[in-house]
Ligand binder design. Structure first.
Ligand SMILES: Cc1cc2nc3c(=O)[nH]c(=O)nc-3n(C[C@H](O)[C@H](O)[C@H](O)COP(=O)(O)OP(=O)(O)OC[C@H]3O[C@@H](n4cnc5c(N)ncnc54)[C@H](O)[C@@H]3O)c2cc1C
Length: 466
């Protein structure tokens, strides 16, 4: 790999406008890390692109030299796909331009944007692009896998709000994909992840939202199970403007948590109303009437405050491991298993995250995009979060055991962006009836599987480079 990396470097040197960083360069130390310390690797070269021409050069040089290549936007891949040992990282972090057409409610953003870069630019016009819940997440990885967050039930998945992509394909060409041009690629890019090329620009729909009504509360003891059961029954009938997320976890020792609950298992709930707060008030009152919530806060918050409120809970450089899946219906036994598991959780930062989709994403026909599953509304994400490498085995085992116990009650399927790096075998499960069509598109645009550091859809034929 060293000779191939040297060849790639030599080929790019002189014409590359961005930064070429090798392990001995000072800036490499800052540039090589990604969010999940469990997935730390040491690439041989980081090509931090300044523009589309740089992306083309990097793809062509790496393909010619046969170098393993990762593509990085925000570096939040839980599986660590945006880095590699000894190979090349095409780093898009210098490409974070956003433009907004307020009248048309349309925007363009570059392939290296973080969610926060988009939120800040669109909020200047009172508009939003529906995305995820942590502002330091990369937009490209999130959108290409699907993308859900606070606005999903009202405005759809992130990928449902994309009208066009510009990408650099494996042969170095610039390709546009939208409903009229390269329509199969357009279909595949909405959920199929980073399999088809480096997306350098997204053209998206925007929506007017500047603030939301937000309630937060916690329940404890026997109320935890009972709250999840209420949530399960209530959400299928809830209006799209209501988003109610539950996190089962150990209560942190922070000022907002009553002293007697710190360190104890709790259900932490965030209930959001998007729209006129007065119209939402009866719904929020109703949700808060379930069980006996404590530490209740109710406020109207700006969209930017909403989008950054979870940022500090998921810092860069900690160790994370996840397993995820869907339920069509959430049975009492599964709820009990989740609640009971809290008594043995090795890390107080670990969370059992429950979200309910339905709403706008469920009204998009399954064949309209490549996104994996729109029919199972209950999304479960088991997210272990800890500090020390010596605790890896205990944390990974806890997630695997709980997942294995819940698996028989789950619907086949998984959201690709919540998968760990040890789940290759679940990629076909994620796409199921869309798999063959995805393989077809992959075979056309990336026949040698150059873009393979991702939740990989192998092409039908490879020419020996894999
Ligand atoms: C703290 C945190 C919060 C999250 N919250 C949410 C959430 O609210 N909703 C949600 O849906 N998901 C969420 N996720 C999951 C998230 O969608 C994935 O981790 C996603 O991969 C992050 O995108 P990224 O650009 O940072 O990824 P990176 O690590 O930069 O890249 C991951 C992969 O995406 C592909 N990729 C990246 N950029 C490009 C590009 N420009 N062109 C082509 N392919 C590219 C590549 O295959 C790459 O390997 C969260 C993850 C984290 C860590």
């Amino acid at each position: 790999m060293t000779a191939a990396i040297d060849e790639t470097f030599s080929s790019l040197k002189g014409r590359f406008r961005g930064d070429l960083l090798r392990p001995h360069d000072e800036a490499y130390a800052q540039a090589h890390g990604i969010w999940n310390a469990m997935a730390a690797r040491k690439p041989g070269l980081i090509a931090r692109c300044a523009d589309v021409a740089d992306v083309q050069s990097a793809v062509l040089a790496a393909a010619a030299a046969g170098v393993l290549t990762a593509v990085r936007c925000g570096g939040h891949s839980l599986a660590g796909f945006s880095t590699c040992d000894g190979g090349l990282v095409i780093d898009l972090s210098r490409m974070r331009q956003v433009s907004v057409d307020r009248e048309a409610r349309r925007g363009h953003f570059a392939g290296g944007c973080l969610l926060g870069s988009i939120d800040k630019a669109t909020q200047k016009h009172g508009l939003v692009f529906p995305s995820g819940v942590v502002s330091h997440t990369g937009a490209a990885g999130l959108v290409l896998g699907g993308g859900f967050g606070w606005l999903t039930r009202l405005h759809g998945l992130s990928c449902d709000n994309v009208e066009g992509f510009t990408l650099v394909a494996a042969d170095g060409s610039v390709v546009h994909a939208n409903a009229k041009q390269n329509a199969e690629l357009f279909w595949a890019l909405r959920g199929g992840g980073g399999n088809f090329g480096v997306v350098t620009e997204f053209e998206v729909k925007l929506h007017p939202v500047t603030s939301v009504a937000l309630c937060q509360a916690i329940c404890f003891g026997d109320d935890i199970s009972s709250l999840v059961r209420h949530w399960r029954s209530f959400m299928p009938e809830a209006p799209d403007q209501l988003k109610w997320n539950l996190n089962l976890r150990i209560a942190p020792s922070t000022d907002d948590i009553p002293a007697h609950l710190r360190g104890r298992p709790v259900a932490s709930e965030s209930i959001l109303w998007i729209g006129d707060p007065e119209q939402g008030r009866p719904y929020l009152d109703h949700v808060l009437s379930f069980c006996k919530p404590v530490a209740v806060t109710r406020k109207v918050v700006s969209y930017l405050a909403l989008q950054t409120m979870a940022d500090d809970e998921f810092p860069h450089g900690r160790r994370y491991y996840t397993k995820s899946g869907y339920f069509k219906a959430l049975d009492d036994n599964s709820i009990e298993q989740m609640v009971q598991a809290l008594s043995t959780v090795p890390s107080p930062e670990t969370q059992i995250e429950l979200a309910y989709l339905g709403g706008a994403p469920a009204r998009v026909a399954p064949a309209e995009t490549a996104f994996g599953d729109r029919s199972s509304p209950f999304v479960l994400n088991l997210l272990a979060n800890w500090q020390d490498a010596s605790d890896d085995a205990a944390n990974v085992a806890w997630i695997r055991n709980l997942f294995q116990a819940l698996r028989p009650s789950m619907t086949p399927g998984v959201y690709v962006n919540f998968m760990s790096g040890d789940e290759d075998d679940r990629v076909p499960e994620a796409y199921r009836e869309r798999w063959d069509r995805l393989v077809e598109v992959k075979s056309h645009y990336d026949p040698n599987n150059f873009f393979r550091l991702n939740q990989n859809i192998p092409p039908r034929k490879t020419s020996g480079k894999k």
